[in-house]
Design a protein around this ligand. Structure first.
Ligand code: NAD
Length: 488
C-alpha cells in the first residue's frame, strides 16, 4: 500500500501509476494548514488515449466475467477499505480539510453502495418467458463499455463510490477524473482495488482539470458519463455528452431549505439544524443553507445561534477547500453585512492556532434575510446559514419552490399532517422530516430535482443499475422447423 506521504502521485492506468514527463503537475495543497501535500500530472491527449484504450481492452475480458465473480472482487475491496480506513480518513482529511469523523462517515456511505452492488447477481437475474409454444423472450441487462465519472472535491471517496461499484459490478470498465483539488484519495482506492484482485484496466484514474475532463468526454469509446459538481458545469457536461450521443447523468449544486414550524421539538431541532448547516463546513450538496421559521418558533433560533457559536473551528469543524473558496464565501458575508443584515455568529477572521496557513471560517448566521437576496438564493457552499421568517407554511413552501435548485428540503414538526403537506408540495428530490441531511440510505437512490440534476433517474440504487447497463431482448425459437431453416 502506498503511503499518503509520497509527494508525486500518478495517473492510475493499467494497474500502475504513470507520470508522463511531458505533463505539467498540479500541486495539491492541504486546506488544513496550507502545506503542499502532493503533485499529480495534468492529463493530456496521450494519457487520455492510453486510458481509454486500456479501459476498452479490459472491457472485452471483464464484461464476460460472470457477475457473481465480479462481485467477489467488490466484497474483497470492501473488506480492504475497512482495513485501510485510517489511511483513507487521513488522506481525505489532509486533502479536503474535513474532520476525521466526517471522513469516516463519507467512507461508510461509500461502503453502503458497495453493499448494494453486492446484490447485483440477484438484480441482474434475467427475465424469461415462453411467449408462445416453442418461442421464448428474454431480456438481459448488459454493460455499456468504457464509462466515465467526473467528481467534485467535497467527497473524495464517497462520490466516486456512488458510481464505481455499480458500474464495474455491471461489467463496465471505469475511468475516474477526480477533482484536481482532491486527487490523492482516489489513487489509494485504485491501489486497494488492485489488491482486491480487480484486473488491470477495469478501474483507471486520470488526473487533470477542465481540459482533461473535456478530452475524456469527447472520446468515442466513452459510452456513459456521470458528473457531480457545480450546476453550471453539470449543465455543460450534460449538453456536451448528450450531443455526442452519450448517456449522461449530471448532478449539480444546491440551496437546501429547512423549515421549522411552531410545534417542532426545540432541542432536537436546533441541534439538527446546526449539524446540517455546519457539518463539513457547509461544503455538502445536502447542507442546510436557508432556515425558514414559520410563525412563533420560540427560542429555537437562539438555541441554534448558541450551538453554532460553540463549535470549535479546526477541531469540531474542518477547513474550507481553498483560499479562493474562503474569499468567495467571505464576500457573500461582507455584502450581507453591507445591506444591514445582522451577522451572528460571524465566522470571519477565525484563525486556528498552529494552522495559520489553513483556510478556516467559523459558523456564520445571517439574520432576517429577504427571500430574494443572494444569500437566500445562491449556493454559498460554506458554513453560512441564512435565516428567513414567514407567517405560514405555504409561504415557506413557496420560497422553497422558487429556488432554481431542488436537492433537499426538510421540515421540523411533531405533526404528521404538516409533514405530509410539506413533503407533497416541496420541489426537491430528497425530503427530510425532522432530518436536516435527508440522504436516502441504499437501496433508496440519491438524486435531486430541477437544476440540482440533469438527466433521467438517480445516481445510485436501481437507477444506477439502469444507467450503467442497457437491455438486450432475445427472442428464441426451438422447434424442429428451426433446424431446417437457418434464416427463420
Ligand atoms: P466543480 O464543478 O468546480 O468541479 C467538479 C469537477 O468538474 C472537477 O473534477 C473539475 O475538474 C471538473 N470540471 C471543471 N470544469 C469542467 C468542464 N468544463 N467540463 C467537465 N468537467 C469539468 O465542483 P467542485 O467545486 O469540485 O464541487 C462543489 C460543487 O459540487 C457544489 O456546487 C456542490 O453542490 C456540488 N456537488 C453536488 C452534489 C450532488 O449530489 N448534487 C454532490 C457533491 C457536490
Amino acid at each position: 500500500m502506498k503511503s499518503t506521504e509520497q509527494k508525486l502521485t500518478g495517473h492510475f492506468i493499467g494497474g500502475v501509476q504513470q507520470y508522463p514527463v511531458e505533463e505539467t503537475s498540479i500541486t495539491v495543497r492541504s486546506p488544513v494548514d496550507g502545506s503542499d501535500i502532493g503533485f499529480v500530472p495534468e492529463g493530456g491527449q496521450k494519457t487520455v488515449s492510453l486510458a481509454v484504450s486500456c479501459a476498452e481492452n479490459a472491457f472485452s475480458k471483464w464484461s464476460v466475467v460472470p457477475v457473481k465473480e465480479r462481485i467477489q472482487v467488490l466484497l474483497k475491496f470492501k473488506t480492504l477499505l475497512e482495513l485501510n480506513i485510517d489511511l483513507l480518513c487521513n488522506s481525505i482529511h489532509n486533502e479536503n480539510g474535513k474532520t476525521i469523523s466526517e471522513a469516516k462517515a463519507e467512507l461508510e456511505k461509500g461502503i453502503e453502495v458497495i453493499e448494494f452492488a453486492a446484490s447485483l447477481p440477484q438484480i441482474l437475474a434475467q427475465e424469461k418467458l415462453e411467449v408462445s409454444t416453442g418461442v421464448e423472450c428474454e431480456s438481459v441487462r448488459v454493460p455499456l463499455g468504457v464509462t466515465l465519472s467526473i467528481t467534485p472535491f467535497n467527497f473524495p471517496a464517497m462520490v466516486p463510490l456512488w458510481t464505481i461499484p455499480i458500474s464495474i459490478g455491471c461489467g463496465n470498465t471505469f475511468i475516474l477524473k477526480p477533482s484536481e483539488q482532491t486527487p490523492l484519495t482516489p489513487v489509494i482506492l485504485a491501489e486497494i482495488f488492485k489488491e482486491a484482485g480487480l484486473p488491470d484496466g477495469v478501474f483507471i484514474v486520470v488526473h487533470g482539470k477542465q481540459s482533461t475532463a473535456e478530452l475524456l468526454i469527447e472520446q468515442p469509446q466513452v459510452k456513459a458519463i456521470s458528473f457531480v459538481g457545480s450546476t453550471a458545469i453539470a449543465k455543460r457536461v450534460y449538453t456536451r455528452g448528450t450531443e455526442a450521443g452519450k448517456r449522461v447523468i449530471a448532478l449539480g449544486g444546491a440551496k437546501n431549505h429547512l423549515v421549522v414550524v411552531p410545534d417542532a421539538d426545540p432541542e432536537i431541532t436546533a441541534k439538527n439544524i446546526v449539524a446540517s448547516a455546519m457539518g463539513c463546513a457547509g461544503q455538502r450538496c445536502m447542507a442546510a443553507s436557508v432556515l425558514i421559521l414559520v410563525g412563533d418558533t420560540g427560542g429555537i433560533l437562539d438555541r441554534v445561534t448558541e450551538l453554532a457559536s460553540s463549535i470549535r473551528t479546526g477541531t469540531e469543524m474542518g477547513a474550507i477547500i481553498s483560499a479562493k473558496a474562503k474569499q468567495r464565501i467571505e464576500t457573500y458575508i461582507n455584502r450581507a453585512e453591507e445591506k444591514g443584515y445582522r451577522v451572528f455568529p460571524d465566522g470571519r477572521n477565525v484563525s486556528v492556532e498552529g494552522r495559520e496557513g489553513g483556510n478556516y471560517l467559523g459558523p456564520t448566521i445571517i439574520h432576517d434575510v429577504n427571500p430574494g437576496d443572494e444569500c437566500a438564493c445562491d449556493e454559498i457552499f460554506g458554513p453560512v446559514l441564512s435565516v428567513l421568517r414567514v407567517d405560514t407554511l405555504d409561504e415557506a413552501i413557496a420560497i422553497e419552490n422558487a429556488s432554481r435548485y431542488g436537492n433537499a428540503a426538510s421540515v421540523y414538526t411533531s405533526s404528521g399532517s404538516v409533514a405530509k403537506y410539506f413533503s407533497e408540495r416541496v420541489s426537491s428530490g430528497m425530503v427530510g422530516i425532522n432530518i436536516g441531511v435527508p440522504v436516502p440510505r441504499e437501496p433508496f437512490s440519491f438524486g435531486g430535482w430541477n437544476e440540482s440534476k440533469f438527466g433521467a433517474g438517480d445516481i445510485t440504487g436501481m437507477d444506477g443499475v439502469r444507467f450503467w447497463t442497457r437491455l438486450k431482448k432475445i427472442t428464441t425459437k426451438w422447434t424442429a422447423e428451426a433446424s431446417r431453416n437457418w434464416m427463420s
